[in-house]
Design a protein around this ligand. Structure first.
Ligand SMILES: NC(=O)c1ccc[n+]([C@@H]2O[C@H](COP(=O)([O-])OP(=O)(O)OC[C@H]3O[C@@H](n4cnc5c(N)ncnc54)[C@H](OP(=O)(O)O)[C@@H]3O)[C@@H](O)[C@H]2O)c1
Length: 257
């Protein structure tokens, strides 16, 4: 019995040694937490970073990516095969009114990570910024802004496939649909069983938004689907999948983004 336990332990250690290390920057966020949750299932040994909030995942180290020395030190210590950066200031209105801070994190932080990846010969995956949908409480919905809502699980799957592949370049990783905010809210209401009559269409110009939003930020995902061998969900499929998932109290990790 003791021998069996020892062999099992050594097999586990050997398997662990052969796994590629994946460093997830920002594992307390929506996309980062999905990645941290799914990484082991894709054959990676995940390492995580946390910033202001505490990460619920093991192997988590506190890191503020604007701190160049700390970033270089952490990456040098872990020496991951792949780094995925999901850390960012994602509130576009906040970024508009705090431009210096936004640039420090969303530009300077990325620069530090790129430098660390180059020094340590790591594959580096950076997610571009996009606006993040909140939830279906808002009844006034913009009818003249279009985007491709993305289920965070779907995005995490794409990132893990990209982490494993040898493909380089720019990939559009988003939902397959191009819908207005109004259409999206109506779909949400339908799937979650709310009356669609509560959705009041408005023009973007009627909203007081600090940061201007693009009229159309839909993305074509054909290249990513072909390269990664996967299919992105439509907005409706994403909402239905979200509906089936358990909704932990106080956790935003099942939002569509
Ligand atoms: N291309 C697309 O289709 C698409 C779709 C959705 C999202 N995105 C992008 O994916 C990225 C992640 O989105 P998300 O929804 O997961 O955002 P989120 O939930 O707001 O999470 C942001 C993460 O960044 C961390 N962070 C912020 N400032 C930091 C700093 N100075 N140092 C280290 N970590 C820091 C936060 O940690 P603390 O909270 O602990 O500070 C948090 O873990 C964003 O760039 C977003 O725009 C892209």
């Amino acid at each position: 019995m003791k021998l069996l336990a020892q062999s099992l332990k050594s097999l586990l250690e050997r398997t662990k040694l052969s796994l590629d290390k994946l460093l997830i920057i920002g594992s307390t966020g929506l996309v980062g937490s999905k990645l941290a949750f799914a990484a082991a299932g894709h054959g990676f040994e995940p390492y995580n970073t946390q910033n202001a909030r505490k990460s619920p995942f093991p192997n988590s180290t506190r890191l503020n990516i604007t701190d160049r020395d700390a970033t270089l030190r952490l990456v040098g210590e872990i020496r991951p095969k792949v780094i995925v950066n999901t850390a960012a200031l994602t509130n576009v209105d906040y970024c508009e009114t705090h431009k210096e801070e936004a640039e420090k994190v969303n530009v300077g932080g990325v620069r530090n990570l790129v430098e660390a990846a180059l020094i340590n010969d790591c594959r580096f995956i950076q997610i571009s910024t996009d606006s993040v949908f909140e939830n279906n409480e808002k009844v006034r919905a913009v009818r003249d802004q279009y985007s491709s809502p993305t289920l965070a699980d779907n995005l995490a799957e794409a990132l893990l496939r990209l982490a494993k592949s040898h493909e380089n370049g720019v990939f559009h990783t988003a939902g397959r649909s191009c819908v207005s905010r109004q259409e999206f809210v109506i779909k949400l209401a339908q799937v979650f069983g709310y009356p669609t009559s509560l959705v009041e269409p408005v023009f973007a110009s009627e909203f007081q938004q600090v940061a201007p939003r693009p009229k159309n930020c839909c993305l074509r995902v054909d290249k990513a689907e072909r390269s990664l061998g996967m299919r992105f969900l439509t907005a409706e499929e994403g909402i239905r999948q979200m509906r089936r998932q358990p909704q932990p109290q106080g956790d935003s990790s099942d939002r569509l983004c």
